[in-house]
Structure formats: C-alpha cells, structure tokens
Design a protein around this ligand. Structure first.
Ligand SMILES: *[C@@H]1O[C@H](CO)[C@@H](O)[C@H](O)[C@H]1NC(C)=O
Ligand SMILES: *[C@@H]1O[C@H](CO)[C@@H](O)[C@H](O)[C@H]1NC(C)=O
Ligand SMILES: *[C@@H]1O[C@H](CO)[C@@H](O)[C@H](O)[C@H]1NC(C)=O
Ligand SMILES: *[C@@H]1O[C@H](CO)[C@@H](O)[C@H](O)[C@H]1NC(C)=O
Ligand SMILES: *[C@@H]1O[C@H](CO)[C@@H](O)[C@H](O)[C@H]1NC(C)=O
Length: 788
C-alpha cells in the first residue's frame, strides 16, 4: 500500500480544515512517516516468522535483554542485543480437542477458538509463566528461558496447567495481572460466559483468594492494570492496586454511568475465619476523577480508563500514576491524561467510607463508628500489638469483615495532581490507547516525556509544560511517529530506559523505536532549539543527545520557551536559508501551485514576491490562497510572474524555505504547441485530457521516485484540499492531480515544449527588434510591454 503518507487522510482533513478556518490545532512539531522511521533506522519491526503475528501479550525483560511475545498459538523470544536480532519461536496451540469443542459451542474459529496468549510474567530465575485462552479453556505453562546470557526458549507441551482464574476465556475481554512473591494477582472475568468478574490470587502456597460475587464490590468491571506498591518498609503493608472502570452505583439514576476506580487489597490478606472465607477482607476502592471545568460550571468528566503507567522513581512507594482517559458521547469525543500521586490515593483510602442508609437515601460519608482494625488496613506490626492482636486477617472480628463487605467504596474521590489533566485532546480523528512515560534530565530540570499510542498505528511524543506558578499547562507534541504502515490500534507500549527504546505492540507486530533521534530536527542550532526536545541539545556543531552533567561546555537547550534568538544568538543563522532557485511554470487563466512545507507544522508560513528588486507580501484572496502545503493560484494572471519567497516563522524565528520563480505561459501558445506536437504524448494522458493540454505544472518533489500508489495517496490528499477550497473547482480536480503527479515522460515532454516556446518567443523578439530597431530589451521587458 501506501508507505508514503503526506499525512493520514483523516488527520489530513482535520488539518486542512483547521487551515481553512484559520485556526491551528495543537499539531506535532515533527511528523515522521513509516518510511522515514525505517530509512533512518529509528524503527524496526518484527511480525513473526509467518507474517501476521496476532500479538496479545508482551513482556520486556530488561535483565535478560530479551523481549517475549505472545500471540495466536505462538510465543516468541527476541534478543535485544545491539547487533543481534535473533528470534526463537514456540508453537503453542490449544490442547487436543479443545479447538473443536470451541467451534461446537458456536465460537469463531479464527478469532476465538485458538490459544491467545494473554499473560507473560517472570516466574523464577529460569522460567516464565505463560497463560493463554486455549480456545475458551484457559491454560498455563512454564517456559524455560535460561539464565542471563543464554538464549534458551523451550516449553514442555505436556506440562500444562488449568488456567482458569488466570486469564479470561474470551480473548477480547479486558484483563490485568501482576505477579509478586510467587503469587499471581488477576482482575478478570473467570467463567465461560464472562459474567463472573473477580479479583483473584492464585499460585504460591496459600489458598486461592477471590472477591465475593456482589455488585457493590465489582459491577461489570473492565480491568486495565494491576501493580504491587509498597506502603512503607514493612512488607506486611504491601498492597496490590487494581485500576479499572465499572458501573457507578453511586451515580444514582444515571443509567450506564461508569466511573474509574483504584481498588486495593493487602498482599497478606488470607480472608476471614467464619465469614469471607477465602474472600478478600481488605478490598476497598475509590473513584479516580479526571475532569476539566466546562461552561456553566459543569465539569467535563473523562470516565473511561484506557491505560495506566506507573512512573517508578527511586522511592518505590511513591510512583507517579499516569492514566489515559476517554469520554465518548454523541456530541464530544475527548481524551485526557491525568497524573495521580500515591499520597492522594492513600489519603482517599484513609478518609470516610461512602454510605447509603437505604434505597431512598442519598449517598454520603459514613459518620458512624468504624470498627477496628479499620477495613483496608493490613494486619502488621501496628495491628498486632499486645492488647490488639490481629496478626492475620483471620483474626479480624466479624464486625470488621461485615463492615468491609458492606462499605467497599470510599466517599472522597482521588483528584489528579494540580486538579486537572496534563493533556487534553478533543475531537481528534483518532483515539488514545496506551501510554508510557520517561523522566528525562534536561539543562533546566527534569521533564516527563509521554509516549502515547493511538488506534491508528501512531505514537505521539508529548511534554506538558507548566508556566510558572499558574495552573495552565502547555502541551507540546514533539513528534508524531507513524510506527505501523497501516492504521492499526496500538495495544501495548513498553519502554526500556536502558536501551533508550520503545517497544510498540499492535496486532500487526511489534516495533522497536528509538526514543529520540536528534539529527532529525535539523543541522542548525535554531532548529535544534525550536524542537524543544528534552533528549536533545545543540552541542556547537550538531543537534545531539543531551547528556546531563557532561563536561561539554557548549550545550544549548530551551525546552520551556524554544527561543533560538536567545539560545543561538552567536550561531550562524544564515546557514538555514536556502539559496537555490527553482522555476515553476503555469498557464494563464488557469491554476498553479507553489509547494512549500515547513519542517515543523507548528511554523507559520508567509509568502513574499519579488519583482524588480522590490519585495512585497503576497496579497491573499479568493484567487491566491495560502494552504498548509503551499501557495495555490486558482486562476493565474500574467502579472503574477515573479520570484516567490516562502518564509517560515516559529517562536519569533524566521527562515527562508524556498525561492520559486513563477513564469506564466499564455494559454494559446501552449495549445498551439500541443496540437502540433501531440504524437509523443502518452495515450492514457491524451485520453484523459481530451487531446489538448492546457496547463502545466512541473512535477514537484512528491512525484520524484514515488511509486504509483504513493502518487495516488498524494492525489487523494490534493483532492481534499480542492474540496475544501470550493465545490466550483471540483470538476478540475482530476486534471489538477494529473498535472501535479505527472510522470517523467511528461516532464521531459514539457521541457522540450517549453524550449520550443522559448525559441518561438526569441525569434519573434528578434524579428520585432529588427523591424522596430529596438535593441536593449530583455524578453521579459518585451512581454510586459506587450501586455501578455
Ligand atoms: C541503518 O542501519 C544499517 C545496518 O545497520 C546501516 O547500513 C545504515 O547505514 C543505517 N542507516 C542510517 C541512516 O543510519
Ligand atoms: C522455576 O520453576 C520451574 C517450574 O516450576 C521449575 O521447573 C524450575 O526448577 C524453577 N527454577 C528455579 C531456578 O527455581
Ligand atoms: C555562515 O554561513 C554562510 C553560509 O553557509 C557562510 O557563507 C558564512 O561564512 C558563515 N559565517 C560564519 C561566521 O561562519
Ligand atoms: C484550465 O484548465 C482546465 C483543466 O485542464 C481547462 O478545462 C480549462 O479550459 C483551462 N482554462 C483555460 C482558460 O485555459
Ligand atoms: C484570460 O481571461 C481573460 C478574461 O476572461 C481574457 O480576456 C483572456 O483572453 C484570457 N487569456 C487566455 C490566454 O485565455
């Protein structure tokens, strides 16, 4: 297909719309196509040994330098060494007979009745735990992966265990898991019909734990993530947190309202003695709020959780919780990223419990006496003191257990840091699906660089800047990376800080993408500075990776303001301006297009025209329009001739991008030449143009070396532009495109045609000057005088 994409057609339409209406969306500073990423070695893709790898699970093993993948009936191990790209495969189909049974029950053979690997977790020093749906009969196995340094990858297909409660039966059902202390924590639906929503703990020595079946505890939950986060140095206080959405019982009448929750259990919860036997006795949950103030004081809430990333810091008890949310309604589709502090989450859990006296009462904070030990508190040194000996949840009084089962929800929600999202995107033509975050040291402090995966195969690299003390955040999209060739949803994102790489998973495969490639921003200080990429700085001669605390004297970086006038004042700015002139021809009374695309879509473009040593700004109107891709003349006049200078401006920094000399050919001359010289034209072109060629534009850079499919892609883009410009021009669109993306043969043709035209002009001039006795005029003066 379509390797080359000037921009995705959907995105394209939105951008063009923005241009036409005069507003600029928050567009990325740099947009890199699939081809750009491959050709610069920024990205490489693995799609399995047999083409399509229906990727469903990823485990990045930084210790062993390996990437483990699970797909449909298959497991892979990839070595991540700097040079090697070795991969090993294990074929892992459902157990004999299970595929057939699954098909018998009416399930889809291709998309349901296979073994879709959903879980890959490190088990011990030599083995991974892998679980798959096994054609609606979940199963698990241990995979021998060897010690660090060896590339072992084997599985005993006979040594397979029942995977019920470990992964869902249905490959499409949401699921979250974490493995800790030899035990597996999962949030899932654990039955064939997908109705039994539970939080499970299995494996290890202790008996299996689960949530009671009660909508108060979990109401149609969609589990997104699970993580063990310690509270303090006492391991007895370790808690496992689950992030999910569920139907919001407390939302009252609003049918179908969903809320995002953070729920938790104590890792040492072993259930109650008489009540809650083998059921969680410490489960509590709170609402995670992510909202922006709206008009009339009504907040817009982003209720649907899409993904969670724990940004771990040196303090393992206090990671920052990054979460992507969506809201989808008839009038509004929006996405937001909110960041939560563990302190705020703990505070909500330490606050009042939500309570409802009876069916006809309002929800409120529980104001009665809370039994001791307070539900949600783990049995530990604190609860296990003389006089109050609760060494295990089995020692908890029944009153505590009864309270816990009737009051799982906290009254106070958890608000994000600064009480607002760090990023909001509304009415964009794609969805935000996945997030990972890297905390990057820069010249003036650290920045959290977010990598956000979309449903169209792209990854956005974004930073959010806080201006001074104000609450306002400015989001800067540094790059938009088209990681996959075709639009496909990103289903996993993993980051290796060690390798400075991102592992991007989608049904089409997994891509390794470098977090940065500073050279891409350009060869000048100003370009490097305008990029505002915390990974990069100007080192005096190139844009390169910024290394903190390095001894290099010359480091220029300005993430906060991106102001090259300050940063690059002593640098050679004239390097940036183009000096090369290009010729462009158009036909009188017809349309033509002067292409000029700034490297950064955030830059604004202005056009100057130079005639007789005078430079003027190009007057824009219905006839002459500035678009994101260049200057469009809908109807060309002879007086439009001149040298057109395209200049870009970004953060007060101006640069000349193109100098184009426009020549206007009178229509009849070309017609005449065409009629005389028609034989050499390609038949297909003749057919379409009706045998007469009226207007011509040189093949622009788009057509150089472009395949026909690339051309058709560009063509459809060009159609978009014309459609937006006005329906009156629609009939000419095909012609336009034909001329825009003309082939080499045509180009040569036109060259010779033009040559003939020039010769004709020249001889006419000679003849005239002979007869009139005038000598010193250039052809240009002549034409001007004759009123062409
Ligand atoms: C990409 O990698 C290949 C093989 O390692 C190398 O030959 C090529 O020069 C690299 N290209 C760029 C642009 O770095
Ligand atoms: C890891 O677990 C597997 C499966 O239980 C077992 O066969 C293996 O011996 C264990 N390895 C170590 C180093 O404990
Ligand atoms: C700046 O760049 C221009 C064009 O490359 C060059 O002619 C000029 O000598 C350079 N000036 C300095 C001070 O390096
Ligand atoms: C301009 O080009 C279009 C499409 O080739 C053609 O139909 C039209 O007649 C041309 N106009 C003039 C005035 O040459
Ligand atoms: C261009 O259009 C103008 C006005 O319609 C007309 O007078 C002129 O003859 C046209 N020129 C050509 C070359 O078609």
């Amino acid at each position: 297909m379509k390797g080359f994409t000037p921009c995705l057609s959907v995105i394209c339409a939105a951008l063009l719309l923005a241009t036409v209406t005069g507003t600029k969306l928050n567009v990325p500073r740099l947009r890199l196509s699939y081809k750009d990423l491959l050709s610069t070695n920024r990205s490489s893709i693995f799609s399995g040994h047999h083409g399509q790898l229906s990727l469903t699970a990823v485990f990045l093993d930084e210790y062993r330098d390996r990437l483990f993948l699970g797909g449909k009936d298959v497991l892979y191990s990839l070595l991540l060494g700097p040079t090697s790209s070795e991969s090993k495969e294990i074929y892992w189909p459902p157990l004999p007979g299970n595929r057939e049974d699954c098909i018998q029950t009416g399930k889809e053979p291709q998309t349901e009745c296979a073994n879709f690997v959903r879980l890959l977790q490190p088990y011990n020093r030599t083995h991974l735990l892998a679980c798959g749906t096994g054609a609606f009969q979940p199963m698990c196995a241990f995979i021998s992966v060897g010690h660090r340094g060896e590339h072992v990858f084997t599985m005993d297909p006979l040594n397979v265990e029942n995977g019920r409660g470990k992964v869902p039966h249905d490959p499409s059902f949401p699921f979250a898991s974490t493995f800790s202390g030899g035990e597996l924590y999962t949030g899932l639906t654990a039955d064939f019909l997908g109705r039994d929503s539970v939080i499970f703990r299995s494996m290890g020595g202790r008996s299996t734990m689960r949530t009671e079946t009660d909508q108060k505890l979990l109401h149609d939950p969609k589990f997104i993530a699970a993580h063990l986060i310690p509270d303090n140095d006492d391991r007895d206080n370790d808690k496992v947190y689950f992030f999910f959405t569920e139907k919001a019982t407390e939302a009252g009448d609003r049918e179908g309202a969903i809320h995002t929750r953070v729920g938790r259990v104590c890792a040492n919860d072993v259930g109650g003695q008489r009540v809650l036997v083998n059921k969680w006795s410490t489960f509590i949950k709170a609402r995670l709020v992510c909202s922006v103030p709206g008009p009339h004081g009504i907040d817009t809430h982003f209720n649907q959780l899409e993904d969670v990333f724990l940004l771990r810091t040196k303090d393992e008890r206090n990671p920052d919780v990054y979460a992507v949310f969506s809201t989808i309604s008839n009038v509004f589709q929006g996405f937001a990223v909110c960041v939560y502090r563990m302190a705020d989450i703990r505070e909500a859990f330490n606050g009042p419990f939500a309570h409802k006296e009876g069916p006809d009462y309002q929800w409120g904070a529980y104001e009665g006496r809370v039994p001791y030990p307070r539900p949600g508190v783990c049995p530990s040194k604190i609860t296990n003191q003389p006089g109050k000996e609760f060494g295990s949840t089995k020692d908890f009084p029944d009153s505590v257990l009864q309270f816990a089962r009737s009051h799982p929800l906290m009254w106070r929600p958890v608000f994000p840091a600064l009480r607002q999202p760090v990023l909001v995107k509304a009415n964009i033509p794609y969805k935000l699906k996945q997030i990972v975050v890297d905390r990057v040291e820069a010249e003036d402090g650290h920045y959290d660089v977010m990598f956000i995966g979309t449903d169209v195969g792209t990854v956005l690299k974004v930073i959010a800047l806080h201006s001074g003390n104000s609450l306002e955040t400015e989001e800067v999209t540094l790059e938009e990376l088209q990681v996959f060739k075709v639009p496909t949803p990103i289903t996993s994102l993993d980051i290796s800080v060690k390798r400075q790489a991102l592992y991007v998973g989608s049904p089409a495969g997994v891509a390794q993408v470098k977090l940065h490639r500073c050279e891409t921003y350009g060869k000048a200080c100003a370009e490097c500075c305008l990029a505002r990429d915390p990974y990069c700085a100007w080192d005096g001669s190139s844009c390169s990776r910024y290394v903190p605390n390095s001894k290099r004297r010359f480091r220029r970086q300005d993430i906060r303001h991106g102001n090259p006038a300050v940063q690059c004042v002593d640098q050679n700015l004239s390097d940036l301006d183009v000096t090369e002139d290009k010729m462009v021809y158009g036909t009188e009374n017809n349309s033509t297009f002067l292409e000029c695309v700034p490297r950064s879509p955030q830059a604004s473009v202005s056009w100057l025209v130079q005639r007789d040593d005078r430079k003027d700004e190009v007057k824009l109107d219905d006839r002459v329009m500035s678009t994101d891709q260049g200057l469009l003349f809908r109807r060309l006049f002879h007086q439009d001739e001149g040298v057109y200078i395209c200049r870009s401006r970004e953060h007060g920094f101006t640069q000349t991008l193109a100098r184009l000399t426009l020549q206007v050919l009178p229509g009849e001359t070309v017609d005449e030449l065409m009629a005389r010289d028609n034989a050499g034209l390609s038949d297909s072109f003749k057919d379409r143009s009706g045998g007469s060629y009226r207007a011509w534009m040189p093949c622009s850079s788009y057509s150089r070396g472009a395949s026909s499919s690339q051309m058709s892609q560009s063509r459809s883009w060009f159609k978009d532009i014309i459609q937006l410009i006005g329906p009156s021009n629609l009939p000419h669109v095909e012609d336009y495109c034909e001329r825009m993306w003309c082939n080499d043969k045509l180009r040569r043709k036109h060259k010779s045609m033009l040559e003939k035209y020039r010769q004709a002009q020249e001889s006419a001039r000679k003849a005239r000057s002979k007869s009139s006795g005038e000598r010193n005029r250039t052809p240009r003066d002549l034409r001007a005088q004759e009123g062409y």
